[in-house]
Design a protein around this ligand. Structure first.
Ligand SMILES: [Cu+2]
Length: 341
């Protein structure tokens, strides 16, 4: 932050030459610069005046300070810009002396940044700050969740309580002090980030090793990706429509399953009519006109689906082959096949 004392004063039109002569006001101000350079916190002095060939001349004297204490210190003792001007009362327009203490909002040293940079900053900061905070929060959530997953429940609870207490302590420490030096905030941030990053990396490495050595069972195949094609165990879902079976986007589906495994297909009647699912026996014939649960051939449970009903069908085939299935209520159009591999 930079603090600026701005002194405004008008020199009478008839006195401008007088002010400019050696030993005049301007020379005195120039000389004052070497005094200023001895003062703690002093950074720069700039004297400007309005370009006005006729009439009174506005003189602006800015002194720049690194902190407000230095500025106040300087202002309350003589010599200072005001006292020097007051020694030249005869030159100035009565009551035209004004002293303003100002605080620079940007810490740019002297020269303002070019407009392009400024525009970029104005546009980018409102986006970057929230995005940065969000990314940081996500990293914290991800990191902590990895760590919590790796440790036992009791340890995780203890850790969460410890972290909460730690955050409260740091917040209390910062809030209870009028100002906290940057290095302390920096140290706290670096420490927290290091612990979090270290713990996260440790958890990930630990977890990978666990998976590699088979300590943890591989995740079950997800319901609808490749389970059917691979014949891997997993739940399959078939929709009953008016009047078709729909599976994987097909309306006369061929459903691949593995031989010798018990397969369960989830069923939903998404149509308005009644339906069921009846799979042919090993002879690929339908023994019953309408199948029954517990009968000779695989039959859906329930054996009659009203609109909106959900249920399933469970079956297994020991030998590879292709077996037909149908809805007993719409056997001509509502059909499909089970491919046992
Ligand atoms: Cu049907």
């Amino acid at each position: 932050m930079e603090y600026i004392q701005t002194v405004l004063v008008q020199i009478q039109a008839t006195m401008t030459d007088e002010a400019s002569r050696p030993q005049g006001l301007l020379a005195a101000l120039d000389e004052h610069r070497s005094f200023l350079e001895q003062q703690p916190g002093f950074q720069d002095m700039r004297v400007t005046r309005s370009i006005n060939p006729e009439g009174n001349v506005l003189l602006v004297i800015e002194t720049h300070w690194s902190d407000d204490n230095s500025l106040v210190e300087y202002e309350t003792r003589e010599p200072n810009v005001s006292s020097i001007i007051n020694q030249h009362q005869d030159l100035i327009v009565a009551d035209s002396l004004q002293v303003l203490d100002m605080e620079a909002l940007r810490t740019a040293s002297g020269r303002p940044a070019d407009e392009a940079t400024e525009a970029t900053e104005r546009l980018a900061l409102p986006l970057l700050i929230p995005l940065g905070i969000m990314a940081f929060a996500l990293l914290v959530i991800y990191g902590l969740s990895r760590i919590y997953l790796e440790v036992s429940n009791e340890v995780a609870t203890g850790m969460a309580a410890g972290i909460a207490l730690g955050i409260m302590f740091v917040a209390w420490y910062i809030a209870s002090r009028p100002s906290v030096p940057g290095w302390q905030i920096g140290s706290i941030t670096v420490l927290a980030a290091t612990v979090l990053a270290g713990g996260t990396i440790f958890s990930i490495v630990e977890n990978d090793e666990g998976e590699a050595s088979g300590e943890e069972p591989a995740a079950a195949a997800s319901p609808d990706d490749g389970a059917a094609a691979d014949g891997a165990p997993g739940s399959l879902a078939v929709s009953l429509g008016d009047n078709f079976f729909e599976f994987d986007g097909e309306t006369e589906p061929a459903i691949a399953v593995a031989a010798g495994e018990e397969i369960t297909i989830d069923l939903t009647n998404d149509g308005l009519a009644i339906h069921n699912m009846h799979i042919a026996g090993t002879d690929n014939e339908f023994g019953d006109a309408i199948c029954e649960l517990g009968g000779e051939e695989p039959c859906s449970d329930p054996d009659l689906f009203q609109a909106g009903d959900t249920g399933s069908i469970t079956f297994s085939f020991d030998e590879p082959g292709t077996f037909i299935f149908r809805c007993d209520f719409h056997p001509a159009e509502m059909i499909g096949t089970i491919k046992v591999q």
